[in-house]
Design a binder for this molecule. Structure first.
Ligand SMILES: Nc1nc2c(ncn2[C@@H]2O[C@H](COP(=O)(O)OP(=O)(O)OP(=O)(O)O)[C@@H](O)[C@H]2O)c(=O)[nH]1
Ligand SMILES: [Mg+2]
Length: 302
């Protein structure tokens, strides 16, 4: 399969052009995977680098994005204690497109909005509430899904794990413990490589911004996160297109075998239908011959 990888997307398009039946009935989820591939293969033109923010609902994603776009009123991305963000929302600041997403697993198992935001983005912020401890089962399942379907290293090197609610942690001891736990959970999921993990307080930053208190802002660690994010964004700018193409190839390569199976089943069905048609044509032909014979006999009688 690997030798076909550069042409996998082209092969996929050729096969898709010939299929004309319900893909989902044949292979549930295939249609969605192809949709995500199509999005990735044709990104919106002339738009800046994108940063997507994902995480469980109510963990502080929208608050964090408001911090990063410098909105002291916390209004650009809607914030509330009940489930707030229900679809992806974008805002461009300082040349970066920030994408907010609905909380993971907030509506059953449908995390497709958040996962499609990842496909369209260059850098990811994975938000987790530090005060609840390590990553829970849902967060780990989403990360495992990403780890198994993305090229190795791609996700981890582009992601910053932001631990919010730093202000609610009981001292430095608890913060270090949570960072350590999350770090080892991530090593368990992604294998090698250390993740960027940074604890912040979005409420402290907001307060500092409103009251013009620089030290409070620094204490929130949001400026440190901003510097880390800028470094990642700048580091990626040059290799963006090559990275995207590598992702398209890898995704197409994982979809291609599934499509080939669907095509094989379709071909089997087609040859069965053709066989039935052939047998009917033969039966019709011999009926016609018998009719002609009978007709000749009748003509001879008259
Ligand atoms: N104390 C404290 N509260 C925070 C922090 N970050 C967010 N919050 C609060 O947590 C609640 C949820 O914040 P949101 O930013 O709306 O969370 P979200 O992840 O976007 O939530 P959904 O859009 O519903 O998925 C709000 O009441 C925020 O004020 C933080 O660092 N410290
Ligand atoms: Mg939100």
């Amino acid at each position: 399969m690997s030798e076909s990888s550069p042409n996998a997307a082209a092969a996929l398009r050729r096969i898709l052009g010939r299929l004309s039946f319900d893909l989902n009935r044949e292979d549930p989820g295939l249609e969605e995977a192809i949709g995500r591939l199509a999005e990735l293969a044709s990104p919106p033109k002339d738009q800046g680098l994108a940063v997507a923010c994902i995480g469980l609902y109510n963990h502080g994603k929208s608050s964090l994005l408001n911090n990063l776009v410098g909105d002291a009123d916390n209004r650009t991305f809607k914030v509330s204690d009940s489930r707030q963000t229900v679809r992806n929302q974008e805002f461009t600041h300082d040349g970066i497109r920030f994408i907010d997403t609905p909380g993971l697993n907030a509506s059953g198992d449908d995390d497709s909005a958040a996962l499609s935001a990842l496909e369209q983005s260059d850098v990811y912020l994975f938000v987790h509430k530090a005060s609840v401890g390590g990553l829970d089962g849902i967060e780990r399942a989403v990360l495992e899904r990403i780890a198994s379907s993305w090229p190795q290293g791609k996700f981890l090197s582009r992601t910053i794990f932001v631990l919010t609610n730093l202000d609610k942690c009981r001292g430095q001891g608890q913060i270090e413990e949570v960072c350590g736990n999350v770090g080892s959970q991530l090593r368990g999921i992604f294998g090698a490589g250390d993740a960027d993990i940074i604890p912040v307080s979005t409420t402290t930053y907001m307060k500092g911004l409103k009251e013009g208190k620089r030290l409070l802002c620094e204490h929130s660690a949001v400026p440190a996160l901003w510097a880390l994010l800028q470094g990642k964004v700048q580091g990626l700018a040059g290799s963006r297109e090559a990275d995207r193409q590598a992702r398209v190839s890898a995704m197409a390569e994982s979809i291609l075998p599934r499509l080939l199976q669907v095509r094989e089943r379709a071909q089997q069905e087609l040859s069965e239908v053709q066989g039935r048609l052939g047998r009917r044509q033969q039966a019709f032909h011999s009926l016609k011959q018998r009719y002609k014979k009978l007709r000749r006999r009748l003509d001879a009688l008259s």
